[in-house]
Design a protein around this ligand. Structure first.
Ligand code: S5P
Length: 476
């Protein structure tokens, strides 16, 4: 056994000894029964152990360049502070709640925009608290690309973090911890099996090992979190991550006439949406600099920018349109719509011109007498699945593709009216999810024309989440 292995084995044994890792019959906060319980908060009472863990975490981070450390509150504060003192690394503190007086700062400490922050967490389950910390740090202008955790429970958090562009570095996976305890005679083979079976059966999100199994069960409606691992497009991963953490599948379509109205609406409904859909060519004025103002709001409230440009031309023109012109779409948008009337070549041309933009294909329109018939829609959906790295999914009214890696965006959603007298056909969020196979609903006038766009956004968010939740299958 190498020195390295011995050190790690001792560490896990000591965690077991102080009952930071316990086995038995436990009832979790959720009411669920668990054969083990992990509480690394206890470690602060054992300076020797705290020091060893900090040493190990530091070793794990040796190849990562960073300016600051930040622990996810509260459990990881001791570890981040320990590393900061031992290795003279500046630390930042993230507040759990915003101060109600004074500066209202969420991040305490001295830093500059663009500084790199390494995040530290004790245990990783769903990854949601780490993501919340990453989001706050990024909103404050810091760059977050890596996270250190002590124990990864292997319940899917790694994939959730991937969707947040954050690489995970874990001291132990729960499998490694259980193997080591078993080899040291500290747990029985049966106990090890019980724990590993429990984590496998209780995935918060799917991990990569489940990918094939999930693909083999195409009729299951998977959660947004589970689908993060299946999607190859990085913008899809981000969108799914936001949907899961904000519990919102609502895309607000901000078809307002002026830039000022657009910015006001984005700030108002921002906390409740996963993306803001724009038609910036209908605004009274717009330059790429205004795109950056939208970008700041998107970062502030954690939503993506979806420019509904509906491209539809030959490759050369597409390249000029997406990169040039007065709108500079590729400088600020996260994803865009495109018609595929020009065939797969349009997808390739757009991707070549703007490789970071996610593409959503218009496979089927919501209008009464649309020309997107069965054949067209099927062909468009085929193109979507043929380019999984580039295409996020389709705008459609009916799911014909059972590929959980492909997202369906469904417009034509309104709770109050059935149509607009100009061809638009409306359905409720419930019909969109239950009958039309939507993954995300797009709501325009239902929100921006409402007396209170904020109240309307909350209503559509809640209805959308309820409808989505009722269609979920449990991952077996
Ligand atoms: O088939 C479609 C495709 C799109 S992207 N039907 C649509 O209505 N849309 C867009 O969704 C449309 O351009 C508008 O921006 C939004 C619907 O707005 P609403 O006011 O009718 O909810």
């Amino acid at each position: 056994m190498s020195i390295q292995t011995t050190k790690r084995a001792k560490l896990i044994a000591r965690l077991h000894e102080i009952k930071a890792l316990e086995f038995g019959d436990f009832t979790l906060k959720s009411g669920m029964k668990s054969p083990f319980y992990l509480d690394l908060r206890k470690v602060v009472s054992y300076p020797d152990l705290l020091k060893s863990i900090c040493e190990e975490l530091y070793e794990l981070s040796e190849d990562i360049a960073y300016d600051h450390l930040c622990g996810v509150p509260y459990a990881a504060l001791g570890f981040a502070a320990g590393m900061a003192v031992m290795y003279e690394k500046p630390m930042l503190l993230k507040r759990k709640e915003r101060k109600s007086y004074g500066t209202k700062k969420m991040i305490e400490g001295v830093y500059a925009p663009g500084d790199i922050c390494l995040v530290v967490e004790d245990t990783l389950t769903s990854g949601m608290s780490l993501i919340e910390t990453n989001t706050q740090l990024r909103k404050s202008g810091l760059v977050v690309e890596h996270a250190l955790v002590i124990i990864d429970r292997e319940q899917g958090g790694r994939e959730v973090l991937e969707g947040d562009d954050c690489s995970l570095h874990a001291l132990f996976t729960i499998t490694e911890a259980m193997d080591s305890l078993f080899q040291q005679g500290l747990v029985t083979a049966e106990m090890r099996e019980d724990v590993l079976n429990f984590v496998r059966a209780n995935k918060v999100v799917a991990n990569t090992a489940d990918t094939e199994a999930l693909k083999a069960k195409p009729n299951l409606r998977l959660s947004y979190g589970e689908r993060i691992a299946l999607c190859q497009n990085p913008v899809s991963k981000r969108l799914l991550r936001i949907a899961e953490s904000k519990q919102s599948n609502l895309i607000a379509s901000a078809d307002v006439a002026t830039l000022d109205e657009l910015l006001k609406l984005a700030d108002e409904v921002g906390p409740h949406i996963c993306a803001l859909k724009t038609h910036v060519d209908i605004l009274d004025r717009f330059t790429p600099a205004d795109g950056q103002r939208l970008r700041s709001l998107a970062d502030k409230h954690d939503f993506l920018l979806f420019e509904d440009r509906k491209f539809g031309d030959i490759g050369n023109t597409l390249r000029l349109q997406v990169r040039g012109g007065q709108l500079g779409i590729d400088k600020w948008a996260d994803f865009v719509t495109t018609h595929v009337v020009g065939g797969a070549a349009s997808v390739e041309a757009l991707n070549e011109a703007a490789p970071n933009l996610g593409l959503v294909l218009i496979a089927q329109m919501s209008t009464k007498d649309t020309l997107t018939d069965e054949n067209y829609t099927t062909a468009a959906m085929k193109i979507a699945t043929n380019y999984p790295k580039v295409v996020m999914g389709v705008v459609a009214q009916k799911r014909r593709l059972d590929d959980p890696a492909s997202l369906q965006f469904t417009p034509g959603v309104n709770l109050d009216v059935k149509g607009d007298g100009k061809g638009q056909v409306y359905n409720t969020p419930s019909i969109a999810f239950n009958e039309k196979g939507a993954d995300f609903i797009i709501v325009g006038r239902g929100i921006y024309k409402a007396d209170s766009p904020l109240a309307a956004a909350i209503k559509y968010k809640e209805e959308g989440w309820l409808a989505y939740s009722s269609t979920l299958s449990v991952l077996a």
